[in-house]
Design a protein around this ligand. Sequence first.
Ligand SMILES: C[S@@+](CC[C@H](N)C(=O)[O-])C[C@H]1O[C@@H](n2cnc3c(N)ncnc32)[C@H](O)[C@@H]1O
Length: 216
Amino acid sequence: MLEPAAGNGRVLIPLLESGLNMFGFDASPEMVAFCEEECTRRGFPTPVDIQTFEAFSYEHRFEAIILPAGSFQLIVDPAIALRVLDRFREALLPGGRLIIDLDLLSCLADAPGRARHWHDGQDILTLQEGSVERNFMRQTMLSQLRYELWREGKLVSTEMELFHLRLWGLTEFELALRIVGFSSIAIFGDYGRVARPEEAGQTITFEARVGGELRK
Ligand SMILES: C[S@@+](CC[C@H](N)C(=O)[O-])C[C@H]1O[C@@H](n2cnc3c(N)ncnc32)[C@H](O)[C@@H]1O
């Protein structure tokens, strides 16, 4: 199985531990280094390398490609997104599955300015999200993510990330998958907890193969 944009291995490592034969890549050398370190600590060979959605290649093909947590939405240009979907199809074995999580299109209209925090021992990490631009025609949202590290009530360091996402409509994404050659597409809402994908409150998951009929 391949996880593109595997990050620090948050999903990939538990799947490795469950016995799946995992590979992954990420564009960020820092994230790949974190993932490598955690794999080594658990006695696994390093299955991750530095590659991008747009240009990744492997000598073998995969039974499944997974993109949890909405990483696919980081591709904000729909023409590039189609080329990447096509690359995913080419990287799959016959009958192989592509499994992609997407956020709801309604996120575009959600109130901006979410604040979150985590405790790390005595330290507190905070994340504040500020909306820069929401483009309803292009279905994109640009946010400023401000990360802060607080120790004994004092600000120790801060980092800023510009975060650009494109949200997809249900039918739009199904058509995108069909255009590149997937013809068996299942759509789930909230990991199957709701009867119909339209009822999802948080996550839509697409599962696509080459061949077969649509089911919802
Ligand atoms: C939200 S994280 C998700 C990580 C992991 N899938 C998880 O669920 O924990 C998104 C990751 O996408 C990576 N990324 C962003 N653009 C990318 C690209 N063009 N090609 C490959 N990885 C990319 C980032 O470096 C980051 O690690």
